[in-house]
Design a protein around this ligand. Structure first.
Ligand SMILES: O=C(O)CCC(=O)C(=O)O
Ligand SMILES: [Mn+2]
Length: 203
């Protein structure tokens, strides 16, 4: 698959370095209120390599006992998630083509060894809105295929400030993060990559 599948849109350097830095400050604030937690796979309890938190009315969480789900509160503190920063709501308005605002913003933190295997985003009950994600910090190799498991895939290098949209026939496309290219961005002082994923959950 030489180019990106239909419905996948990549906006390189959507955020200027200055706006990236301002957004990182807001994410730090969110992490203070809603600490990063260690997500675990349903049933096996195997820990994922990313660290997570959320903002928005709903947050995506997973653990051995209860599996993948959205909930309005942090799984460890029980406190409601902080609101989604205005910068992210603006990006959603600009690129989503959806009339309603995002309900959930998953914050993933990748250190240089973290990965995310190929998967579909399908824990939502409404797939009419796209998934919009923002990359900050070190570059990564992002892989995306079709909505069919085992189909052809393409890879794209995502850099700090990039926005990626999975919409239309790619809303349910398999995707994942193969690797982080460490020390490719000066944005995060201790390195690593942050990905912010905006989603609608319900109709
Ligand atoms: O880190 C990324 O770019 C993708 C994250 C992702 O696919 C997810 O959290 O569902
Ligand atoms: Mn995903």
């Amino acid at each position: 698959m030489p180019t990106l599948p239909e419905g996948v849109r990549h906006f390189p350097l959507y955020l200027s370095p200055q706006r990236q830095a301002a957004l990182v400050d807001e994410i730090r604030q969110i992490v203070q209120e809603a600490p990063l937690f260690v997500p675990a796979m349903p049933r096996t309890g195997k820990e994922m390599s990313v660290r997570m938190t959320n903002c928005g009315e709903l947050g995506w969480v997973t653990d051995r006992e209860r599996g993948y789900r959205y909930q309005p509160t942090h799984p460890v503190t029980g406190v409601p998630w902080p609101p989604i920063p205005e910068t992210l709501l603006g990006i959603w308005r600009d690129v989503s083509g959806h009339e309603k605002p995002p309900q959930a913003c998953l914050v993933n933190f990748y250190d240089e060894k973290a990965r995310m295997g190929l998967h579909q985003d399908r824990d939502e009950t409404d797939f009419s809105a796209p998934v919009v994600s923002v990359s900050l910090g070190d570059d990564c190799r992002f892989r995306v295929g079709t909505a069919k498991r085992g189909g052809a895939t393409a890879s794209v290098r995502l850099a700090s400030g990039d926005v990626l949209v999975l919409g239309g026939q790619s809303r349910l496309a398999y995707h994942g993060v193969d690797r982080i290219y460490s020390q490719t961005s000066p944005l995060l002082k201790n390195g690593g990559r942050i990905n912010l994923t905006l989603r609608r959950v319900t109709a």
